[in-house]
Design a binder for this molecule. Structure first.
Ligand code: NAD
Length: 322
């Protein structure tokens, strides 16, 4: 799949199409206005994200759909376990919400990262090019926090379910490496990760440990050979997605009889199109998320609550009944 740009648009919950219409209120970061990045090995489309308050009228619909589809408690857990038993191995799509129980804030919750930092100033490739020291001043404490965090019950349950044949792969929007550290083997990182950073001058690659070392000094970390600023190998808003992982993610989604979304509002494109790929190929969608997502109306099952608690309970149920 080519021409993929990371965008954050609200999806039409009733439309089964990957190309979606932005129906956001006034404050939308249009990645089309940002310059494309020149990093090698990326596809030529970029990320958009909804910023701050959505249009109130538009926000009501997902809220209502969310209430209609939601199940909670032991019955919901048993239903999800049954769906996985019947349709698995499933492909799991995770977002920032799978890592909040490890102490890592998500983006859009009231105490999320974008409540304190303007993504235009700290999260876009345009901002990085204009002032890398400022963007690194945001990333430096994040790098330390992500490195110190430990996998939680949700990561551990997904790794366990993969070992037992119930999960085929985890596609993650997260950059924190926690699925890998929990023991998941097939992890597709569609927004990059903190594993490496690349020199913006000579393209030399630096592993996380080297970058952490350089971050102890002042300002942006720099290349030993050419002194240019390093860029973390995470996808910034307005930046291009690495082609191989996003192609693999769409391939997995198209083949899955069940896609399980965990901890994502499904508002960032193109990842939010993955469940639609599964649905249009005849598969089903299940969602575990605290609060509404853009695709609640299309889910066979929606469980609202803690990802750690729900997934641990689902893993227990499958261990008992399979
Ligand atoms: P998001 O912030 O838009 O949505 C997270 C969702 O998870 C929210 O609906 C929230 O209510 C829910 N949630 C929070 N804690 C939860 C929990 N314990 N159990 C169940 N649900 C919970 O995040 P997103 O959809 O992943 O947005 C995409 C962007 O966020 C991606 O680009 C991703 O790279 C980035 N991000 C990653 C990290 C990380 O690597 N850990 C952290 C913050 C943001």
């Amino acid at each position: 799949m080519a021409n993929v740009r990371l965008e954050g648009q609200r999806l039409d919950p009733l439309g089964l199409q990957r190309g979606v219409t932005a129906v956001e209120a006034s404050e939308v970061l249009d990645a089309g206005l940002l310059e494309p990045d020149q990093v090698n090995g990326v596809v030529d489309d970029a990320l958009r994200v909804r910023l701050r308050e959505p249009d109130r009228h538009l926000a009501r619909e997902p809220e209502a759909l969310h209430r209609r589809n939601s199940r909670i408690g032991a019955m919901g857990v048993a239903e999800l376990a049954a769906l996985i038993r019947e349709r698995g191995p499933c492909v799991v799509l995770t977002g920032a919400g799978v890592s909040t129980e490890s102490g890592i804030p998500d983006f859009r919750s009231p105490d999320g990262i974008w409540a304190r930092f303007d993504p235009l100033e700290y999260g876009s490739i345009q901002a990085f090019r204009a002032d890398p020291d400022k963007v690194w001043s945001f990333y430096a404490p994040r790098f330390s926090m992500l490195t110190e965090a430990e996998p939680n019950d949700a990561h551990l349950a997904l790794a366990d379910l993969e070992r037992r044949g119930f999960v085929r792969a985890v596609v993650t929007q997260n950059i924190d490496l926690l699925h890998e550290r929990a023991g998941s083997r097939e992890v597709v990182e569609v927004h990059g990760s903190i594993r490496t950073s690349t020199c913006s001058g000579c393209s030399a690659t630096y592993p996380l440990a080297d970058v952490l070392e350089r971050l102890r000094q002042d300002g942006a970390p720099r290349c030993t050979s050419c002194d240019a600023v390093l860029k973390p190998d995470v996808v910034f808003f307005g930046e291009l997605l690495p082609r191989e992982p996003i192609d693999r993610a769409f391939e997995l989604a198209g083949e899955a009889k069940l896609i399980l979304v965990v901890g994502s509002t499904l508002e960032v494109q193109p990842v939010a199109g993955l469940p639609l790929e599964t649905l249009s190929a005849g598969g089903a969608l299940a969602i575990v998320n605290r609060g509404p997502t853009a695709l609640d109306a299309l889910a066979t099952l929606k469980l609202d609550g803690s990802a750690g608690k729900i997934l641990a309970a689902v893993a227990d149920d499958l261990a008992r009944t399979s």
